[in-house]
Design a protein around this ligand. Structure first.
Ligand SMILES: [Zn+2]
Ligand SMILES: [Zn+2]
Length: 293
């Protein structure tokens, strides 16, 4: 009985994930019906940045790597923003990422392109292990009770954006018609399009930044990680993935001159505001340890 309900739970979770991915991507195509306006594009871009910061500064650099410390309400806000970007429960994300670093590009890595490009891109969402990944004890200890509580609402937080944006767009249409937007346009541009863009960025880190022919290897590592400028632009700095694998605890990923890293700038801003501290920065040692240097 327990096994049947576990199987049903897995099938339901997988069905929800796959249908979500399809609906989000098809929804983005509706932009050809709704059209765009500067208002909608601005709101979509702001939400794109919010989702990216939540996923990559929050889930990745903070919760997974503890590359800085932050006030508890900032941790909560970062987790919330990560959920706006469809990153799912914090503990599940961190557990997957722990395996990715522990077994990079070998057996045990949950999303390495060494095990198939489609698998790395989206295919790993079909695996049972995606939904039932064990959360290490030290991760459980590290995550605060309020984040564990928030983890239970990740789907609600994600989907609540649809009615919220619809009402905002409808309100702007009536009260500020000169802004040239409406409910449907804001849902399509602010939710579907913006969300798909931020999700694709993260998919590309997993895929492109671990494929040998795409990008440079500035540092010696045991894995296939690469630095890729295109992915770095799309993800606000996460594409400097070879540097990240060499110095995983550094809050700065763009370790070499010219490697733009807005995610790190945001962490420095938090530090300036007194909201973050102990920001780890491996730039000095990194510059001295490049493969060419
Ligand atoms: Zn990696
Ligand atoms: Zn990492």
């Amino acid at each position: 009985m327990v096994k049947i309900s576990k199987n049903l739970r897995f099938e339901f979770q997988r069905f929800s994930m796959v249908s979500g991915l399809v609906v989000f991507h098809v929804g983005a195509l509706f932009v050809f019906l709704t059209g765009v306006s500067w208002t909608a594009v601005t709101i979509g871009l702001v939400l794109f940045v919010v989702r990216t910061l939540g996923g990559l500064v929050g889930y990745h650099r903070f919760f997974s790597h503890q590359s800085f410390e932050a006030k508890r309400w900032v941790q909560f806000a970062l987790a919330f923003c990560g959920m706006l970007g469809a990153n799912g429960p914090v503990r599940r994300w961190v557990a997957h990422h722990y395996l990715h670093h522990q077994y990079s590009d070998v057996e045990g890595d949950v999303h390495s392109p060494a095990h198939g490009h489609f698998h790395s891109y989206m295919g790993w969402y079909l695996d049972r292990s995606f939904y039932e990944v064990p959360v290490p004890e030290f991760v459980e200890k590290r995550i605060t009770p309020e984040i564990k509580w928030l983890d239970g609402f990740f789907e609600l937080i994600l989907l609540a954006q649809i009615p919220a944006l619809y009402f905002l767009g409808s309100f702007l249409e009536v009260r500020f018609p000169e802004l040239q937007t409406d409910g449907a346009m804001l849902v399509v541009v602010g939710f579907f399009l913006s969300l798909v863009l931020s999700m694709q960025g993260i998919f590309m880190v997993n895929l492109i930044c671990h494929i040998p022919r795409f990008g440079t290897r500035d540092f010696e590592t045991k894995d296939r990680s690469r630095n890729n400028w295109f992915v770095a632009i799309l993800t606000l700095g996460e594409g400097w993935h070879n540097g990240h694998h060499r110095f995983p605890n550094s809050a700065r990923h763009g370790l070499l001159p010219g490697q733009w890293d807005p995610n790190f700038w945001f962490i420095k801003l938090l530090e300036r505001l007194g909201l973050a501290w102990n920001v780890k920065d491996a730039r000095e040692v990194a510059v001295r340890s490049t493969r060419k240097g």
